[in-house]
Design a binder for this molecule. Structure first.
Ligand code: UDP
Length: 423
């Protein structure tokens, strides 16, 4: 089986944790890797963003990233990418033609890729599997008052995909319900496949490793550490953690606490400097450390060195950070939104917080910081919890789904495929 994956707006080879690169990049790369190891040939098409990155990047046997030229390498904001959909689709067609390959199925990620996949599906006469990752209507229903809404144009494009894709893949039952509630999706085409975590990389660390990391980061060994890992934008809620930190310090000014925020700017409306400014206004600038995004091989040390990982998002389709932290033996305090109640076992591997008020977050964080016994027990349970999420299992279920789509895809759509050759 040969699959064309589309990840137009961000390459799976980009460093996640800043800009447009986050969980989706990890998801695309990991599922593609595991599909490739199962014998499925995967080409991931993404927009070229750098001179000299080459058209084809061989990632591992059976897996390539194809950089399609569509618009300038730099200077094109995500908001402007809809202007390049035709160029990108044309680039993919040209690629297929010049390299004499044909694809059995298209799997598109995010609505921009979905729009291209929708067109090519009809040209190639193959099934279109689409994963939205996030949805405008859901984000708008959950965003904070200080965040800007997603556009109606994006919602319309998502609606078209819900109405036209052959299969919709989601991470959780909650996302399935969201698709039905907000987009009136046909439930029979939705497949729930939970994502995974690299549990070979993300493992608990030794006390010595934790000590070393803390020394490297300049964190006092006796301080308690809360970590936030992810893109810095209002929707991910770093401001919630900064305000909760101020509340914790107001309640106990002598508390030895260090909050590490690891990630880079993402979206138009929040920069690390704005978060640093908020910390200064609240008088907690000495408690908060900002770190640049880092690759998973380095991130694991941060998860291990933290006493708690906080995920204060306004919504998460799943929340990979919550699983990675748990795999590293660290309990998670997360917002009770989206996929987080599935990722975190409430009371066993962490705490779920309702809403985003600093007082509620300070209650949850403070309780867990002050109770070493519970926190350590939760860290141990967290490792077991994370072990149930695997990329290998996700890829196996994707392959099954692809096979199902191939067996029914063409036959089920007589109008669409009436005049075309079957592959
Ligand atoms: N990430 C990373 N380095 C960083 C920060 C984040 O590699 O410095 C990765 C992290 O390991 C996780 C992903 O970015 O796999 C974020 O995924 P999540 O689902 O938590 O959030 P999203 O970006 O999808 O909103």
């Amino acid at each position: 089986m040969r699959v064309a994956m589309i990840s137009l707006h961000t390459s799976p080879l980009h460093q996640p944790g800043s800009g447009d690169a986050g969980g989706m990049n990890v998801y695309v790369l990991q599922t593609a890797r595991h599909l490739a190891r199962r014998g499925v040939a995967v080409d991931i098409f993404t927009r070229a963003t750098r001179m000299g990155q080459g058209e084809i990047v061989e990632v591992e046997p059976n897996l390539r990233v194809i950089n399609i030229i569509a618009g300038p390498y730099e200077g094109l904001a995500k908001e402007a990418l809809p202007t390049q959909l035709a160029a990108f689709a044309g680039g993919m067609l040209q690629w297929e033609h010049c390299h004499d390959v044909s694809y059995d199925l298209i799997h598109s990620h995010y609505w921009l890729s979905g729009q291209v996949g929708w067109l090519l599906r009809d040209v190639w006469k193959v099934p279109l599997v689409h994963t939205a990752h996030t949805l405008a209507a859901v984000k708008n229903a959950h965003r904070s008052a200080e965040d800007t809404p997603e556009s109606e144009a994006r919602r319309i494009c998502e609606q078209q995909l819900v109405d036209n894709a052959d299969v919709l893949v989601v991470n959780t039952d909650q996302e399935r319900a969201d698709l039905v509630e907000h987009y009136d999706a046909d439930e029979s085409i939705i497949r729930v496949i939970p994502p995974g975590a690299d549990t070979e990389l993300f493992t608990p660390g030794s006390d010595r490793a934790t000590e070393r990391t803390r020394r490297e980061l300049g964190i006092p060994l006796h301080a308690k550490v809360i970590a936030f890992v992810g893109r810095l934008q209002t929707f991910k809620g770093p401001q919630v953690l900064i305000r909760a930190t101020a509340e914790l310090m107001r309640r106990d000014p002598g508390r030895a606490l260090c909050v590490v925020i690891c990630g880079g700017p993402s979206g138009q409306h929040a920069t690390p400097e704005e978060y640093a400014q908020l910390a200064r206004e609240l008088g907690v600038e000495r408690r908060i450390r900002f770190l640049n995004p880092r690759p998973p091989q380095e991130l694991v040390a941060l998860y291990q060195a933290a006493d708690i990982v906080a995920v204060p998002s306004y919504n998460e389709s799943f929340g990979l950070v919550a699983i990675e932290a748990q795999a590293s033996g660290t309990p998670v305090v997360a917002a009770r939104v989206g996929g987080l109640p599935l990722a975190v076992a409430e009371g066993e591997t962490g705490i779920l917080v309702d809403g985003h008020e600093p007082e509620a977050w300070a209650d949850a964080l403070g309780t867990l910081l002050d109770d070493d016994e519970t926190r350590i027990a939760m860290g141990e349970a967290a490792v077991r919890r994370a072990a149930s999420f695997s990329w290998c299992a996700a890829a196996e279920r994707l392959e099954e789904l692809y096979e199902d789509a191939l067996s029914v895809g063409v036959a089920d759509c007589p109008q669409r495929f009436a005049s075309g050759k079957e592959r």
